[in-house]
Design a binder for this molecule. Structure first.
Ligand SMILES: [Zn+2]
Length: 224
């Protein structure tokens, strides 16, 4: 599919809250231990990278090649949203987050972008079949929020919730963030659809092969 087919029209963007030029896009390209200075081992899937580059200014798209994943999410917010706004005057109205096992399709993402809330996550296949049951369910394969939500929350933004004896994970890192956002007075909703890794219905062997491919100029994704 050529990028002209992927690019949503100005008319479409005028109907949704999120504006591409006011949005910081962060791709979580590696979920293992920190690989600073090395090429990402698992870059974004090609349909996802293509859609992002067709719709957002390239300067607004950054890849985080850092782990574990919870640390990568917190680092992205601390450094790229909070710190860079102060030290570089680089302020965004929206934060858009996508993992390296997500596949974007145009119908799925247009529904996702139309959801009206301060924190919005995209429905996808999860190991837990009840993951999207609540109207305020929130999970992190692909999501966006107003940056003022991130500014209002005391770090950490993401953490696992453990049992008191630390023998079990009681809640995924997403719920921790969701509950803090709600506590700070923000609205949370979900909708649309994307493919999600080997849990996803839009996942195919072909896409998996493409996931090891090179990305077009995506900020830090190359990490030379
Ligand atoms: Zn979750």
């Amino acid at each position: 599919m050529s990028s002209s087919n992927l690019k949503l029209s100005p008319e479409f963007w005028s109907t949704v809250n999120l504006a591409p030029e006011k949005t910081l896009v962060v791709g979580f390209v590696y979920g293992g231990l920190s690989e600073t200075g090395r090429k990402p081992q698992r870059p974004l899937l090609k349909p996802t990278a293509d859609w992002l580059t067709a719709n957002f200014p390239s300067d607004n798209i950054i890849g985080i090649n850092h782990g574990p994943l919870v640390c990568a999410r917190n680092t992205a917010i601390r450094d790229l949203v909070i710190r860079d706004a102060v030290t570089m005057g680089r302020k965004f109205d929206w934060f858009f987050s996508v993992d390296n096992d997500v596949t974007i399709t145009v119908p799925g993402i247009t529904h996702f972008l139309k959801v009206q809330a301060d924190v919005v996550s995209c429905d996808c296949q999860m190991r837990n079949s009840r993951a999207w049951e609540e109207s305020r369910s929130f999970h992190t394969p692909m999501w966006f929020c107003r940056t003022k939500v991130l500014e209002a929350i005391e770090p950490p933004w993401f953490d696992f919730v453990y049992s008191p004896d630390m023998c079990e994970v009681r809640a995924c890192e997403c719920l921790y963030f969701r509950d803090k956002a709600i506590e700070a007075g923000f609205s949370v909703a979900h909708g649309g659809h994307c493919g999600h890794g080997n849990h996803g219905t839009a996942w195919s062997t072909d896409l998996h092969e493409e996931s090891t491919g090179e990305l077009p100029d995506l900020g830090l994704l190359g990490g030379e």
